[in-house]
Design a protein around this ligand. Structure first.
Ligand SMILES: [Zn+2]
Length: 258
């Protein structure tokens, strides 16, 4: 029986630990110290490291973890991942050592040039999507184009609606404030704000989300909808010519949103 536990790191990162028996694998260990402390406190042994993209707050802890545990490091083939042993790209599959969970790989460029996601299909679907899809938001476009990011988000949005979404940061409440600005009449967004705020008041993570919840409340997944296109056009005061244009407009709007 596998469990998935968030290990908080830095200000708002989550390192995800996959635990089965005495073994644990971690996704995106930006810092080694909280992982080593968690392994120690939970009497667990590290069996693998998985990385979604090359940013330091996702891979910075790998060398120190590998100094303690000689474990495989899975990561995107086309990014510089410290001590990567298993380069991965779209269509690859991984059986996570020690956990025996089979994960498939998507290429989801946009936040970085060769960002990947790890996912499973029903009956117990989940996705580790790093900084590409957030709860009610998406990552900034540091290395990719709006076309790439829209295509990557569309791929994730097409996963089964019950897919649990494990992303890299606790940004949900700030993202929902923006979602409510884009779709002020949405009762789904209003209800989600109440629900997620209650979790944060109890110091609980808002994650995992689900693909179904994201389709209903995440403006970046809703950029092809006529109402959202109309709101983007009204904000920009110019005609919007389709989903990619609307997506790019939302992303810029969010960048400037206080
Ligand atoms: Zn990142």
């Amino acid at each position: 029986m596998m469990s998935i536990i968030p290990i908080p790191a830095f200000r708002d990162n989550y390192i995800w630990a996959l635990r089965s028996g005495r073994f644990a694998a971690v996704v995106d260990p930006g810092d080694a110290a909280p992982v080593l402390a968690w392994l120690d406190a939970n009497d667990a042994e590290l069996s693998a490291i998985l990385a979604t993209h090359h940013h330091a707050d996702h891979v910075g802890g790998i060398p120190a973890l590998r100094a303690h545990y000689d474990v495989p490091v899975f990561g995107p083939a086309h990014e510089a991942i410290p001590q990567r042993t298993h380069p991965l790209a779209e269509g690859d599959q991984v059986v996570v050592p020690g956990i025996e969970l089979l994960l498939s790989v998507f290429d989801i460029p946009g936040h970085t040039a060769a960002h990947i996601a790890y996912y499973t299909m029903p009956p117990d679907p989940l996705v580790f999507c790093g900084d590409t899809l957030f709860a009610a938001g998406c990552g900034r476009l540091f290395e990719g184009t709006p076309e790439q990011m829209w295509s990557s988000l569309s791929k994730l949005a097409a996963l089964d609606e019950n897919t649990r979404v494990y992303c890299g940061h606790e940004y949900t409440l700030a993202n929902l404030r923006f979602a409510a600005a884009v779709e002020p009449a949405s009762t789904d967004i209003e209800a989600r704000i109440v629900h997620e705020r209650e979790k944060r008041e109890r110091n609980l993570p808002t994650l995992p989300s689900t693909i179904g919840a994201e389709r209903a409340t995440n403006p970046f997944l809703r950029a092809a909808l006529p109402d959202v296109i109309a709101r983007a056009a009204a904000h920009e005061q110019r005609p919007i010519t389709g989903a990619v244009d609307a997506f790019a407009t939302l992303r810029e709007w969010k960048n400037a949103f206080a």
